[in-house]
Design a protein around this ligand. Structure first.
Ligand SMILES: Cc1cc2nc3c(=O)[nH]c(=O)nc-3n(C[C@H](O)[C@H](O)[C@H](O)COP(=O)(O)OP(=O)(O)OC[C@H]3O[C@@H](n4cnc5c(N)ncnc54)[C@H](O)[C@@H]3O)c2cc1C
Length: 392
């Protein structure tokens, strides 16, 4: 087979768009097939850490995203009464990790990534399935209805319930319920003054953070059986569960409208995949390693995957070797963090909170240390300007 460089990406979420942009930079002809009628991301906002931002540098958009950083000054971990368990400030964190944590609307990131692609590269309303993963001699094949594409590379970026993953590894059990449900909202809160915080209660947590555009991103999680919905509306449920928590939680709940609240149960891949590729088909993002959101790394890891895949392709064994150990470790730590954050027992929670408060007092940056290896990641090739040398 004559070697061509046509790549088909299944899924136009953050991972799929980042992969398409990274492959396009390296001279691949890319097509993104997205099932939804438009590229509207699900979820309100998300945080990007220095590792994900360095991956975005490779795509040439790291600095414009860094400019959206809003958190300044004090912040940290609290108890529902408002007691601080651990304090940190934005400048110290940026100095430690080599850059800020940036909270931004998901739609902004999706727009920036989509703008890196040539016009016509994204096909929406295109639910795709893998017909053949390809091998050394034959191209991979993907179909949408009756229409079929041949490609030297297929990227399965189709999320936690990935059909591409199931086609490659049918014996894998797939995603399992993580044990908790989440709510997210992104609202204006004019005049509000508060310190960026995450607050842990018994079997529940809440976070509130400012965005540069003046809005506030708040999220909550509660241990619960899967598939439940509030009897009235989800805002009512949040008010019942969190209405008595410390400032600014009641203000956020008073300002929100029912239609501002998104609720999703969380699923993750409890069993790691044996590889992130088969033949000419690679998996990335949630399709490869869906994890609980406690470390805020799902999308960051998807963007890392994307630039490493573009660097390694068509050597997909090298891609798996680079990505599987790191993402498996981060996914495992996210599960452990979820257990700690959402611990339910009264005694366990008192012990947890007192231990964190005492340890943070003794060694102020203790909680941040655990994040060093995650945030210090660097891409396998340098920033956008130098990266152009690699283009075909
Ligand atoms: C409450 C919560 C908070 C989070 N916060 C953060 C955070 O702060 N920071 C962070 O880094 N991560 C966070 N995450 C994780 C992050 O949202 C995901 O890891 C990330 O969005 C995964 O991106 P993806 O592109 O792999 O998958 P997805 O975003 O799921 O995209 C998959 C895309 O594929 C499409 N698709 C599916 N099947 C097909 C098909 N057959 N054909 C064509 N298209 C298809 C879907 O429509 C979708 O557009 C959070 C997750 C949750 C639940």
């Amino acid at each position: 087979m004559a070697e061509r460089t046509r790549a088909v990406v299944v899924g136009g979420g953050i991972g799929g768009l980042a992969a398409a942009a990274a492959l396009h930079r390296r001279g691949w002809e890319v097509t993104v097939l997205e099932r939804a009628p438009s590229l509207e991301p699900v979820g309100a906002a998300l945080s990007l850490a220095p590792n994900g931002l360095r991956a975005l540098d490779v795509l040439g958009v790291g600095d414009e995203i860094r400019d959206l950083a809003a958190w300044q000054g004090d912040g940290g971990l609290r108890a529902p009464s408002g007691r601080w368990l651990s304090r940190s400030d934005a400048e110290a964190m940026a100095a430690r990790f080599g850059g800020p944590l940036v909270l931004l609307p998901r739609a902004t990131l999706v727009d920036r990534l989509a703008a890196l692609l040539p016009s016509g590269a994204v096909r929406t309303a295109a639910p795709a399935h893998l017909v053949d993963p390809g091998d050394g001699k034959t191209p991979a094949r993907v179909a949408v209805g009756e229409e079929e594409w041949e490609a030297e590379l297929v990227v399965g970026a189709d999320g936690v319930n990935s059909r591409v993953r199931h086609a490659l590894f049918p014996a894998h059990p797939g995603a399992e319920y993580t044990g908790f449900t989440t709510w997210r909202l992104l609202i204006p809160l004019p005049g509000a003054e508060f310190a960026s915080h995450e607050t842990w209660g018994r079997g529940r947590l809440w976070g509130t953070h400012p965005l540069k555009d003046g809005r506030v991103y708040a999220y909550a999680a509660t241990a619960a059986p899967p598939g439940q919905h509030a009897p009235d509306d989800e805002l009512g449920e949040l008010r019942r569960q969190f209405g008595t928590w410390h400032h600014p939680v009641p203000d956020v709940l008073a300002a929100a409208r029912p239609e501002d609240v998104l609720r999703h149960d969380v699923y993750h891949l409890a069993r790691p995949l044996p590889a992130y590729h088969l033949g000419r088909t690679a998996l990335l993002g949630d399709a490869a390693h869906a994890m609980p959101p406690m470390l805020g790394q799902g999308a960051n890891q998807a963007i890392e995957d994307a630039v490493v895949l573009a660097h390694r392709a068509p050597d997909l064994a090298a891609y798996t070797a680079d990505r599987l150990p790191r993402t498996t470790g981060i996914a495992r730590r996210s599960v452990q963090a979820a257990r700690l954050n959402l611990a339910d027992g009264r005694v366990v929670c008192v012990l947890r909170d007192n231990l964190i408060a005492a340890a943070s007092k003794a060694v102020p940056a203790l909680l941040l240390r655990g994040f060093d290896a995650v945030a210090s990641w660097r891409p396998p090739y340098p920033s956008a300007e130098e990266h152009t040398e690699y283009r075909h």
